[in-house]
Design a protein around this ligand. Structure first.
Ligand SMILES: O=C(CO)COP(=O)(O)O
Length: 252
């Protein structure tokens, strides 16, 4: 991490949590404000409003977990980027591997979602990451480069540095198997070098998060790697004391 890249830790609640859990979080964090990182909570969208009320006064930003690439219209159940902005989201996740799998999302669709968010003033947290069989074949960098190429060709170059990219190897998500700090750093360095090939300035400023079985016991070592600027946390973000410990591990 460097001075220009403020560390960021985001808790992706996925389809978990409740208003009761948000109340538990606000009680837990009420007297804990001294963190060195940006903290983001990504609850299910029906709880964004409650998260704004309870968590923003405690220094958290609130984020969505997905967005439509479209502006408006007859798309039952979808939410537009301007709605996310109006709802008070500073960030929104796109391209999580669970959405890629569950909803067949393509790299181009995910890039279009990121572009729509940027146009609405919301920062995309754009996820990439390879399945186990791809890593076993030694093809993980090519796989991630392919996932990123649509993003690079779709988002305006002068907006690229605002995007947050989360590297989440699928084999590490919810499995308890974490990428080693070296594996994570190697991929983050690769992603930053791919960005540097387009824009040195964007590469210096863009924040790259690691996600996949981050917990209090491994967060510090992961976050201390040169090219890792924080984390996207799943399971451990549902327990306030674990999430707080992970946030403490992210230092400028
Ligand atoms: O998918 C993740 C965050 O988006 C990671 O989930 P886990 O931390 O539960 O492995």
């Amino acid at each position: 991490m460097t001075d220009v890249r403020k560390p960021l830790v985001a808790g992706n609640w996925k389809m978990n949590g409740s208003i009761a859990l948000l109340n538990e979080f606000s009680g837990y964090f009420a007297d804990k404000r001294e963190f060195d990182c940006e903290r983001v909570i990504c609850p299910p969208s029906v709880f964004i409003s409650t998260a704004n009320t309870l968590m923003k006064p405690l220094g958290f930003a609130v984020a969505g977990q997905d967005v439509s690439a479209l502006d408006e219209g007859a798309h039952t159940g979808d939410l537009s980027a301007t709605m996310m902005a109006e709802a008070g989201c500073q960030y929104t996740i796109v391209g999580h591997s669970e959405r890629r799998t569950d909803h067949n999302e393509s790299n181009q669709l995910i890039a279009d979602k990121a572009k729509a968010l940027l146009a609405a003033g919301v920062i995309p947290i754009s996820c990439v990451g390879e399945p186990l069989e791809v890593r076993e074949q030694g093809q993980e960098q090519a796989f991630v480069a392919d996932q990123l190429s649509a993003l690079f060709s779709t988002v305006d170059l002068n907006e690229l540095a605002q995007v947050v990219i989360a590297y989440e190897p699928i084999w590490a998500i919810g499995t308890g198997v974490t990428a080693s700090p070296e594996q994570a750093q190697d991929m983050h360095a690769f992603i930053r070098s791919a960005i540097a090939a387009i824009s040195a300035d964007a590469a210096a400023r863009i924040r790259l998060l690691y996600g996949g079985s981050v917990k209090p016991s491994n967060a510090e070592e992961l976050f201390s790697q040169t090219d890792i600027d924080g984390g996207l946390i799943g399971g451990a973000s549902l327990k306030p004391e674990d999430f707080a410990a992970i946030c403490q591990a992210a230092k400028s």
